[in-house]
Write a protein that binds this ligand. Structure first.
Ligand code: MRU
Length: 357
C-alpha cells in the first residue's frame, strides 16, 4: 500500500509554505492513476464536492490542506486578520459536503490552531497552519495502521470478508479503515479474500476498492449490490467490514448508501458486522443517527451515470448518498484505540478518553 491519496507538496525543502496539494484524481480510476496538483481553493472545494478526493478521513485531510492553500497568499498584515481569513476559508470549505464529520473536525482543528497561535507573526502562523495540516495527514495514516492492528484480531485465516463502498487507502491518508485489517492480515501471511459490493451509483466498490486491493495483490471479487444476500446465504462471507462517515453517540453508524441493507442481511445470516473508523469520525455531539445530515446527490449520478442515460429524462430521482445503520446491527466498532462493543453509549465515551494503543 504505497498510495499517497492526498499530500502537501512544499515548493522547497526549507519550508512548507508555499506549497500545493496533490491528490489522486479518484474519478479517473480505474482507467488511469492521475494526480491533481493545485493551490487554488476553488479547485480544492470542487475536488471534494465532485469526489475527486473522497472518503471521510481523506476529505478531512484535503480540507485542512485546503485551508493552507487558501491562506498562503493572503495579504493579511496582522495575525488577527489572518485568523479571520482562516475562518472564512474554513467556512467555505465546510460547504463542500455535509455528512462526513471528519471534514468539520479537521476544519475546526485548523481554526483552533490559528486562534491559539495569534502571538506568531503572519509568516510564522502560516507555516504553523501548514504543519498542522500535514500532522492531520500523518496522524490519519497512523490511526489507520492502528485500526488495522486492532481489526485483524477479528479475522481468521482463510476468511472472506464483504465490504461496501471504499474505506481503503484511497479513502484515507493511507491504508484505509475497513480494509486496514485486510492489509495487516496480508503482511502477516494470512489469506483473507474480499467481496466488494459495486456500490451504486458511483461505484466506489468496483472502481476503487477492487482497484486498490488488486494493486496490493489481494484476492477480490466484485458483486452488484443486489447480490449480497445470495453470497451470504451461500456461506461465502464470514464477516462484513465497513467504514463510516459519522458515528453518533449511541453507536449508530452512518456510511455509504446501501450499508444499512448490508447490515440487515448480515444479521439475517448470523454474520458479524463491524464498523471501522478513526475517532475523528465519532460525533458524540449527535445523540442519534437520525440527526446526522445526509447528503443528497445530483439525479444525473443515478440516471446519467458515467455519461450514459439509464433512466427516462424528467423522471424524479431520489439519491441520498449515505444511510444510517442502527447500533443494534453493529457487532463492534473498531477505532485506533481499540474495539468498542455494545452498549455503545458508555463504550464510545470511554474510548474517547483513552490514549491510543
Ligand atoms: O461518497 P464517498 O465516496 O465519500 O463515501 C465514502 C464512504 O462512505 C466510506 O465508506 C466512508 O467515508 C469511510 S472511509 C474510510
Amino acid at each position: 500500500m504505497g498510495l499517497k491519496t492526498v499530500e502537501w507538496i512544499p515548493a522547497s525543502s526549507k519550508a512548507l509554505i508555499p506549497g500545493k496539494l496533490r491528490m489522486i484524481e479518484q474519478t479517473r480510476l480505474p482507467q488511469e492513476l492521475q494526480f491533481l496538483e493545485t493551490d487554488r481553493l476553488e479547485v480544492i472545494w470542487e475536488a471534494i464536492h465532485l469526489l475527486r478526493v473522497r472518503g471521510a478521513p481523506a476529505i478531512g485531510v484535503a480540507a485542512a490542506m485546503g485551508v493552507v492553500a487558501g491562506i498562503q497568499q493572503d495579504d493579511a498584515e496582522t495575525s488577527a486578520a489572518l485568523v479571520s481569513a482562516v475562518n472564512r476559508t474554513a467556512d467555505y470549505l465546510a460547504t463542500s459536503r455535509p455528512t462526513a464529520v471528519n471534514l468539520f473536525w479537521a476544519l475546526d482543528r485548523m481554526r483552533r490552531v490559528a486562534s491559539e497561535n495569534q502571538h506568531l507573526n503572519v509568516p510564522a502562523l502560516k507555516e504553523r497552519l501548514a504543519r498542522e495540516a500535514t500532522a492531520i495527514r500523518d496522524e490519519d495514516a497512523a490511526m489507520c495502521r492502528a485500526i488495522g492492528e486492532h481489526g485483524v484480531t477479528l479475522l481468521k485465516d482463510g476468511w472472506t470478508i464483504l465490504t461496501h463502498c471504499n474505506a481503503g487507502g484511497l479513502a484515507t491518508a493511507e491504508f484505509g479503515t475497513a480494509l486496514a485489517p485486510v492489509y495487516v492480515a496480508k503482511e502477516r501471511g494470512m489469506n483473507i479474500r474480499v467481496i466488494s459490493d459495486e456500490t451504486r451509483p458511483l461505484l466506489q466498490g468496483s472502481r476503487l476498492t477492487a482497484w486498490e486491493l488488486n494493486q496490493a495483490g489481494i484476492d477480490v471479487t466484485i458483486i452488484c449490490d443486489n447480490m449480497a444476500a445470495k453470497v451470504m446465504r451461500e456461506g461465502k462471507v464470514q464477516a462484513v467490514l465497513v467504514g463510516s462517515d459519522r458515528i453518533a453517540a449511541n453507536g449508530d453508524v452512518c456510511n455509504k448508501i446501501g450499508t444499512y441493507g448490508v447490515a440487515i442481511l448480515a444479521r439475517a445470516h448470523h454474520i458479524p458486522f463491524y464498523a471501522l473508523a478513526p475517532s475523528s469520525t465519532f460525533d458524540l455531539s449527535i445523540p442519534h443517527g437520525d440527526d446526522i445530515p445526509i447528503e443528497e446527490r445530483h439525479p444525473d449520478e443515478v440516471v446519467m451515470g458515467f455519461g450514459r442515460r439509464t433512466g427516462p429524462e424528467g423522471v424524479r430521482v431520489y439519491s441520498p448518498a449515505f444511510d444510517v445503520t442502527p447500533a443494534e446491527y453493529v457487532t463492534a466498532i473498531v477505532c485506533e484505540k481499540g474495539l468498542v462493543r455494545p452498549p455503545y453509549g458508555p463504550g464510545l465515551r470511554a474510548i474517547m478518553e483513552k490514549q491510543a494503543t
